[in-house]
Every structure is written in structure tokens, then in C-alpha cells.
Design a protein around this ligand. Structure first.
Ligand SMILES: Cc1cc2nc3c(=O)[nH]c(=O)nc-3n(C[C@H](O)[C@H](O)[C@H](O)COP(=O)(O)OP(=O)(O)OC[C@H]3O[C@@H](n4cnc5c(N)ncnc54)[C@H](O)[C@@H]3O)c2cc1C
Length: 381
């Protein structure tokens, strides 16, 4: 088994690093603290992704007919690792290139593909994801937002919650119930909706991850054309399952965690904390978790590169990714002591991000349930 990068891949990583050091402004760390929902990062995302697109790197793993370069999934993974390691300057657009675009490619009509994919590929459009509802988070199939077909339109009523970055988004990939008599997985559809459609109202929810991050989105008699439907009517669960498989392995959290850990080890050395064998053990354990998350993510990328259908390896990679985040976030709190209490400090910022990692994109417990049923053959709860 060969785990090393090819020469071409290794030099691509170097090119991406050189690009990042040229393109990121001196105050990037400050800008990145706002999070992708912040005004500065949202504006920067468009500039930066535009520059990536000029190089052909933003969607290089897409087929050329959709604005890609037919590059391997590995090249895209290298870009993802380098972006996450430095605080994800693509901002909310990491969602576009990892799963919203691929879902449109897989299920979209020719018209939808022609409209949306070149825009995503050019790096100038922000999307958000309207899945969760107040009573439908882990149990997403309990969703109640309705889109009733009236002539050649759908009329949407209901609300979404925890919608990240929607304050700057131009489009939302929206999960709705199109058959009002249906329950659970049946009768669900996906709509691609412009966020400036009349009847959409956004309210911010203050949160531990930072301001302008989470929102509630209300839909009151929102009219959209039936051409907004992605995939077949009432078959949206297949579309969303496809998108979620990409989403769960779409963020190289381990790359960011590894950089944080290096910094933490440096601080521990400067403070003479490495004399404590417990500290050394914990740092080593955290490194092992990062590596496990990385290798499991590579397994998912390998399956994808071979065109194999997704497996529960995606859940394993996801769980390890959030486990290493949490381990490092907690260790930073302990090692930094009272300094960690300062809002926005290194330990505080990391811990707040790590806290939410195990809930976003489906709670860790739910991923573990899936692993238990698929790998251990245990009954589904
Ligand atoms: C950082 C972040 C960003 C997000 N961005 C978006 C977004 O852009 N768009 C969007 O639609 N949603 C988004 N979400 C929402 C996210 O998908 C939900 O929070 C998640 O699915 C959990 O749903 P919930 O919050 O309703 O928690 P609940 O479903 O109420 O679950 C609460 C807790 O109960 C436990 N639990 C629930 N069910 C089970 C079970 N079956 N077995 C064992 N334990 C269980 C878990 O510990 C879980 O954490 C985001 C969340 C976070 C934290």
C-alpha cells in the first residue's frame, strides 16, 4: 500500500501554499475571526474564490463541461487541506464546491446546470443550506416546511433554523415537503431558491460560534417556479442523502486541528509544560487522532476517486474528524489556564468551534448509531 503523494500532487500543494501566501492579506487572521457569515469574510470569499477560479483551482475536480479541469479528487483534497489549515478563506463557498455543486451536477436539469454551475465555478456566488427545522434536526425527516404546487409554481410556507451564512447568500438549497399527506422520507423535495424572493425573512440567532453565523429563515407564501425543483418531486430524500455524503467528508477539519495542535505543543514547550508526562501523552494522543481522521478521510476520497458508492466510512471519517477537534479544543483550554477565559483568545476560539463540530452536519451520536448498524449489524434505533 502506497500512502505517499505523487510528485505532481506534492508540487501542486506547494503551488497552493505559494498562492495562499501571495493572496491572503496581512490581516487575514483578523478577518477569519468573523467567520464566513461576517461581512468582511463574505466579501473576501468572493474576491479570493475569484482568484482561485482564475487559476482553475476552485472546481478543478469537476468535469470540464461544468467549469472544472477533470482533475482527480485528490487534487481537490489537497486544496481543501491547505484551505482548512489556514482558516478556510473560501468562506461559505467550501459548501458550493464540495456538495451543492455536485448535487446540482447529479440531479439538475440542463437549465439548472447551465445557470448555477458556471456561477459556482467562477467563485462569485454564496449559497446556504436550508435543511434543519426547530423540530427536525437529527430527525431531519420530521421536517414540516411545505411547498404546495399551484399551477407552474410552488408556494412555500414554514421555517428553517441554524442556517449558516444565509445573511450573505444569494441562493438556498431548500428541503421541503411537497406532499402534505406524506410522512418521514416520502414526499420530500429539494428546491433551489433565490434568497431575494419575496416572502423570505431572516433573523439572526446569537451563538457561541460568533455573530452572524446562525439564522432562522421564515418562508411566508414564497412563490417559486416549478423549474426550481432539483431532482424528481417527492424524491428529495435521495438528493439530500447524496449531498450529505459529500458534506460529511467535505471539510478537512483534521488539517486545521493539526495546525492548532502544533501551535499548542509549541506553547507547552515555551511554558515548560512538557516536563509533565500527562501533557506529553495528551499531545501525542491528539496527534494520533488527527492522523486517524486524515487516513479515514483519504479512504472516503479514494472511494470517490474510483467512482464507488459511498459507504459508512464517511461516518467514521466524520466522527474521527470531530473527535480530534474536541480533544484539541479541550486540551488547549486546560493548558492555557485562565487565559482561555478571554473571549477570542486562542484557546477560547478553538474550543467554541470544536463544541459545535460534533453537532453540525448531524450529531456525532447519530453518526455513531449509523456506524453501529452498518459495521456491527446492530439494530437501527
Ligand atoms: C456549526 C453548525 C452549523 C450548522 N449549519 C446548518 C446549516 O447551514 N443548515 C442547516 O440546515 N442546519 C445547520 N445546522 C444544524 C445541524 O444540522 C443540527 O444542529 C443537527 O442536525 C442536530 O439537530 P438539532 O440541533 O435539532 O439537535 P437534536 O436533533 O435536538 O439533537 C440534540 C442532541 O440529542 C442527541 N440525539 C438526537 N438524536 C439522537 C439519536 N437518534 N441517538 C442518539 N442521540 C441523539 C444528540 O446528542 C444531539 O446532539 C448547523 C449546526 C451547527 C452546530
Amino acid at each position: 500500500m502506497e500512502f505517499d503523494w505523487s510528485e505532481g500532487d506534492a508540487s501542486h500543494r506547494e503551488e497552493v501554499r505559494a498562492f495562499l501566501s501571495e493572496e491572503l492579506p496581512d490581516d487575514w487572521e483578523e478577518i477569519s475571526k468573523d467567520g464566513p457569515g461576517g461581512d468582511r469574510q463574505a466579501a473576501f470569499s468572493k474576491h479570493f474564490c475569484g482568484r482561485m477560479a482564475e487559476r482553475g483551482w476552485l472546481t478543478q475536480h469537476w468535469p470540464s463541461e461544468y467549469g472544472g479541469r477533470d482533475a482527480t479528487s485528490w487534487r481537490h483534497a489537497i486544496v481543501g487541506e491547505e484551505m482548512w489549515a489556514i482558516g478556510e478563506p473560501r468562506g461559505a463557498q467550501y459548501m458550493n464546491v464540495n456538495w451543492i455543486g455536485p448535487a446540482i451536477m447529479q440531479y439538475g436539469t440542463e437549465e439548472q446546470k447551465a445557470f448555477h454551475l458556471p456561477r459556482i465555478s467562477a467563485g462569485g456566488v454564496l449559497w446556504c443550506q436550508g435543511f434543519s427545522e426547530p423540530e427536525a434536526g437529527s430527525d431531519l425527516v420530521a421536517l414540516r416546511t411545505q411547498a404546495l404546487r399551484v399551477g407552474d409554481e410552488y408556494v412555500i410556507n414554514g421555517s428553517k433554523i441554524w442556517t449558516s451564512y444565509c445573511n450573505h447568500a444569494e441562493f438556498i438549497i431548500l428541503l421541503v415537503r411537497t406532499d402534505p399527506q406524506s410522512t418521514r422520507h416520502r414526499g420530500i423535495s429539494v428546491l433551489l431558491v433565490a434568497m431575494d424572493t419575496p416572502g423570505i425573512e431572516i433573523r439572526e440567532i446569537p451563538s457561541v460560534v460568533g455573530e452572524r453565523y446562525f439564522h432562522e429563515v421564515f418562508f411566508t407564501d414564497v412563490h417559486v417556479p416549478t423549474s426550481a425543483l432539483l431532482g424528481d418531486e417527492n424524491q428529495g430524500w435521495g438528493v439530500v442523502s447524496y449531498a450529505l455524503q459529500y458534506e460529511r467528508a467535505g471539510a478537512a477539519r483534521y488539517a486545521r486541528a493539526a495546525v492548532t495542535l502544533d501551535r499548542l505543543a509549541e506553547i507547552a514547550r515555551e511554558r515548560g509544560l512538557l516536563d509533565d508526562p500527562m501533557v506529553v501523552d495528551r499531545l501525542g494522543e491528539a496527534r494520533a487522532l488527527c492522523e486517524a481522521a486524515r487516513v479515514l478521510s483519504y479512504k472516503v476520497i479514494d472511494l470517490r476517486a474510483k467512482g464507488s458508492p459511498p459507504t459508512a466510512d464517511t461516518q467514521l471519517a466524520r466522527v474521527l474528524g470531530t473527535t480530534c477537534d474536541t480533544a484539541i479544543g479541550t486540551l488547549a483550554l486546560e493548558l492555557m489556564g485562565p487565559e482561555a477565559l478571554e473571549y477570542g483568545s486562542f484557546a477560547d476560539a478553538n474550543f467554541r468551534l470544536a463544541m459545535t463540530a460534533g453537532v453540525a452536519v448531524g450529531a456525532t451520536e447519530v453518526q455513531l448509531n449509523l456506524i453501529a448498524s452498518r459495521f456491527l449489524g446492530l439494530p437501527k434505533e
